[in-house]
Design a protein around this ligand. Structure first.
Ligand SMILES: Cc1cc2nc3c(=O)[nH]c(=O)nc-3n(C[C@H](O)[C@H](O)[C@H](O)COP(=O)(O)OP(=O)(O)OC[C@H]3O[C@@H](n4cnc5c(N)ncnc54)[C@H](O)[C@@H]3O)c2cc1C
Length: 467
């Protein structure tokens, strides 16, 4: 593809990217959406209309409405396009179908979403151990289950939701094991009153699981996945109020498949590369891109919306995407028409409501520093941290003891995060382990720097791309 010039480039075709693109398209602004998936809609609408599972909701309906409107609003979407770099000015470097091309834009919106957060344990790299997100992708996108019986573990609301997806798809879930205590699930009355539908949906989901005979157990930690090459069994144990193992509580469960997840973490690499400031807020799922009330980052003309500004769910992404679209219009001197939908005041109120929910959502899988220290101190030196480079926890412990207390140094000393996936899985693990080993607050540990290309690029694309 030849290099392109557009008014506004949007990275990410999830709810946030689509909501912004729709506002811009309806006001006649030339907009190009670049997304690395085969279909628009991001994580929430993955698999299309028929993949909704047990429930459908207003956000899904609005999301599919946005997709239906793309052609009418003259929004161009390039699928299977990975934005691997961003340079000042703004020039995006895009890898697509064995090709490499540049997109120049006056303004850019980063709506790159989130990925799953992991906490490693012995055997987590065995075949048969999957992330909860991977199991959901298999169900939504391909309509298959990785196994008939799937043990689900981790912490937070997402593993429970995936367990419900498994049951709805004809699978069996022997148990859901959650690290957090049950009391965390109870929302404050004000939050409950503001989001009754969401909590009713959660309650129904849980009822469905219990009716299917699923045991939901709280304060249980996965200690080890056993097997030669493939998973055979899982050892878990109870933990006390402080996150310490309860002696003698270990239980071994036969399992051929384990789905595990500990919440989400924002995809901040491109923002980091572009020089945006990052913030750290456990209530927003940890590291996120700092934005002003108009969703503009510290870099003029560069906006961010959706999960990348803080983990808060689909409704937050929708509201933020539209809000960013309106702010981009204003910056371009284009008058916003109320006929196209809600304006900035309503959207800001919706965003505030969703940020309140975000605090509740993220609290389900966030644990304090002492808890994390107890958890890391219980892990064996043999636990793999970086799967690509085969770096184990013991190597990190030795490097930290030798004085490598900053992520950049620790990365260089151990090669952790320097493999093919460039730390996409172990980046957060490295930071969390480092915080636990040094006793430093996570907020004070800067994420390792990012370099182009932020995603692996095929040699063919480099060779056939720009010289
Ligand atoms: C695996 C997974 C499963 C989830 N399932 C649910 C669920 O069932 N229910 C729920 O409420 N929430 C779910 N979420 C949370 C979900 O992220 C939000 O609810 C919602 O989808 C967020 O919309 P978004 O537009 O902010 O991000 P996303 O929907 O994540 O959209 C971001 C898009 O940007 C693309 N992208 C990222 N980086 C690049 C790049 N460099 N170049 C090109 N494209 C890029 C991504 O592939 C994606 O298509 C899930 C999240 C994950 C990670």
């Amino acid at each position: 593809m030849a290099d392109r010039r557009v008014a506004v480039a949007i990275v990410g075709g999830g709810l946030a990217g689509l909501a912004a693109a729709s506002v811009l398209g309806r006001h006649g602004v030339g907009v190009l959406v670049l997304d690395d998936n085969r279909h628009p809609g991001g994580q929430y609408l993955r698999g299309g209309r028929t993949a909704g599972g047990f429930f459908t909701d207003g956000v899904r309906r609005r999301g599919f409405g946005l997709i239906d409107g793309l052609a009418r609003e003259r929004v161009e979407v390039v699928h299977l396009a990975e934005v691997v770099g961003i340079e000042p000015g703004f020039e995006l470097l895009v890898a697509a179908e064995n090709d490499l091309f540049a997109v120049k834009a006056d303004q850019v919106l980063l709506a790159t979403g989130a990925r799953e957060r992991f906490l490693p344990f012995l055997g987590w790299t065995l075949s048969g151990v999957l992330s909860t997100g991977a199991v959901q992708v298999l169900i939504k996108q391909s309509g298959v289950l990785p196994a008939r019986d799937i043990l689900v573990a981790g912490a937070g609301l997402f593993p429970t939701a995936v367990a419900a997806d498994i049951v709805t798809s004809g699978g069996r879930v022997p148990a859901v094991l959650d690290e957090a205590r049950l009391a965390r699930r109870l929302p404050l009355p004000l939050l409950f009153a503001g989001q009754v539908l969401k909590f009713a949906r959660g309650g129904l989901l849980l009822a469905r699981l219990l009716a299917a005979g699923v045991r939901v157990r709280h304060r249980v930690r996965i200690l080890e996945a056993h097997g030669e090459r493939e998973l055979r069994a899982v050892t878990a144990a109870r933990i006390d109020r402080r996150g310490a193992l309860v002696p003698g509580s270990e239980m071994v469960m036969t399992a051929a498949c384990l789905a595990v997840g500990f919440g989400f973490t924002a995809n901040t690499e491109l923002a980091q590369l572009a020089g945006c400031r990052l913030t750290f807020d456990p209530a927003l799922g940890g590291v996120a891109v700092a934005v002003d009330p108009d969703l503009e980052t510290g870099v003029a003309g560069l906006f961010a919306a959706g999960e990348v500004t803080g983990i808060g769910g689909a409704a937050k992404s929708l509201a933020e995407g539209r809000l960013a679209g309106i702010a981009i219009l204003r910056q371009r001197g284009v008058r916003f028409s109320r006929e196209t939908g809600p304006g900035a005041t309503e959207l800001r109120a919706a965003r505030r409501r969703q940020l309140a929910f975000a605090r509740y959502f993220n609290a389900q899988h966030t644990f304090g520093p002492e808890w994390m220290q107890r958890w890391v101190s219980g892990l064996s030196d043999d636990v793999v941290v970086c799967r690509c480079e085969g770096v184990r926890l013991g190597a990190l412990r030795r490097a930290v003891a030798a004085g490598f207390e900053a992520p950049a140094g620790l990365k260089k000393a151990t090669r952790c995060g320097m493999g093919l996936c460039q730390g996409s899985t172990c980046r957060m693990i490295l930071l969390e382990v480092l915080a636990a080993l040094t006793g430093k607050p996570l907020a004070e540990i800067p994420p390792p720097s990012v370099r182009m290309p932020v995603k692996p690029v095929l040699l063919g694309a480099l060779a056939g791309g720009r010289s």
